[in-house]
Design a protein around this ligand. Structure first.
Ligand code: ASP
Length: 449
């Protein structure tokens, strides 16, 4: 049995949904299907999830969201008409949305999640209805009935271990099951969503729970590429890469899979196949446990939105507990950190900038100065992390020399370097404005023009 997940562009309109159903029906093993909410039909279109967020925001602000609700209903109406379905399904969608808007709002985040989840939930109902209208045995699966339980962290939920046991029972069901992505239920029975883009995570959990042969993730590109095609022209397609490589690449900005997707399938050793709904005959990219690397580098990624707290203190290396105390100060503020490159007398802490506003910065700096009496401390904002990723780097000499020479040739100043102890990646901190130049320079060095 395969789990096949389809992303938002694959469900954006009736024509795309027909393609999804063709793909599903072309392989009898594709029985557990995870769907996103309808995404963008064209570049400047608005995803249904964003329309739902507008709906919730407007309701919270004005106690009314008629116009925003109609925008969502009209997307489903267009889809239902294009699929030749009766008006009834549109009325089901509308009633569902009105029901979500009708309760008293006790917690804004809870309310927001309830609305956000409506995109996937109704998308799944429509797809199941369409398959049934074609005489196919298909059913919509409600995540609560199936037992997908998540932590009660609204907008940022994580799967609870008991879900795997519950979801295993889906294996016994007959016909094609259409499962909505992106949300589940807290133990208290509230709708909770994963972070944005989280339908990928739903698919991965299901694949792990039923021990699928493969987790197929259908999107709108033929494969994962060695660099962002918006930065490098015609980058090389990657036919196969390991979980570790994909994890590092998605961490540093490869948006093809949500960063948290791989954990459930990784633990069960289930391969992931990234494929294109619009070109289903292309083999796509396989993500597997091990591969024999032919070249040292598999891909180059970059992501902006980082900042660093740099501090130095003479004889820092002799001061027992320095690092722990700094990290404790961050922990007390609820800050998570990304990297900690360090020297004998200095250390930098790299953080995501969005969690570190000016007020927080002032507080953290004051604590560090007071408690650790550093000689110098500085925050640098507007950084991008550029990562070179590849299992083959492990036993290749001279990787950092090649990378730094490429930076020098392109005139990119390196703010910091960090080679993870896994040796599957090497990270460079650069100014965000230099990030594209850095990626191009590295691509040319490791993949040629
Ligand atoms: N529809 C959700 C979003 O736009 C989740 C997903 O598509 O994976 O973030």
């Amino acid at each position: 049995m395969k789990v096949a997940k389809f992303g938002g562009t694959s469900l954006a309109n009736a024509e795309q949904i027909k393609k999804v159903c063709d793909v599903v029906l072309s392989d009898p093993e594709r029985r557990l299907v995870v769907v996103s909410a309808p995404g963008k039909r064209y570049k400047d279109d608005i995803k249904v999830t964003d329309l739902l967020i507008n709906c919730a925001s407007s309701y919270l602000k004005n106690g009314n969201a008629e116009q925003e609700l109609n925008a969502v209903v009209s997307r489903f109406d267009e889809i239902a008409k294009g699929l030749g379905l009766s008006e009834d399904i549109v009325r089901v969608v509308e009633a569902d949305l009105r029901g979500r808007l009708s309760g008293t709002v006790t917690n804004k985040e809870k309310f927001m999640d309830l609305l956000k989840a409506a995109g996937e939930d109704n998308s799944a109902k429509v797809v199941a209805e369409y398959l049934k209208s074609k005489g196919i045995e298909a059913s919509y699966i409600n995540p609560k009935d199936a037992g997908l339980f998540l932590s009660g962290e609204f907008g940022n939920a994580r799967v609870l271990p008991e879900s795997y046991k519950n979801l295993k029972a889906l294996k016994e069901k007959t016909g094609i099951m259409i499962f909505p992505g992106f949300f589940g239920y807290s133990p208290e029975g509230e709708v909770v969503t994963f972070p944005r883009g989280g339908s990928d995570i739903t698919g991965s959990i299901l694949a792990a729970a039923i021990k699928a042969d493969v987790y197929e993730n259908f999107t709108d590109v033929d494969s994962v590429y060695a660099a962002n095609p918006n930065v490098v022209q015609n980058p090389k397609a990657i036919p196969v890469l390991t979980y570790r490589e994909m994890r590092e690449l998605s961490y540093a900005g490869f948006s093809v899979l949500h960063e948290e997707t791989l954990e459930p399938v990784y633990r069960m050793g289930i391969p992931v196949n990234i494929r294109n709904t619009n070109n289903p005959s292309a083999p796509g990219t396989m993500i597997v446990k091990n591969r024999e690397p032919k070249e040292p580098v598999v891909g180059i990624a970059s992501d902006a939105g980082f900042c660093s707290i740099y501090m130095s203190k003479y004889m820092m290396n002799r001061e027992v507990g320095f690092g722990r105390k700094v990290l404790k100060i961050l922990e007390d503020e609820g800050l998570s950190y990304e990297h900690t490159p360090s020297g004998i007398d200095n250390i930098s802490i790299i953080l995501r900038e969005k969690q570190f506003d000016e007020k927080m910065e002032a507080r953290v700096l004051e604590h560090i100065k007071d408690e650790l009496v550093v000689d110098y401390i500085e925050v640098e904002r507007g950084l991008a992390l550029v990562m070179i990723v590849g299992e083959g780097m492990f036993n290749t000499v001279g990787m950092s020399a090649r990378a730094t020479a490429a930076f020098a040739k392109a005139g990119v100043n390196i703010e910091m370097i960090n080679q993870g102890s896994s040796e599957v990646s090497m990270m460079f901190g650069v100014k965000a404005k230099d990030s594209d130049k850095a990626v191009k320079a590295l691509y040319t060095e490791f993949f040629g023009e």
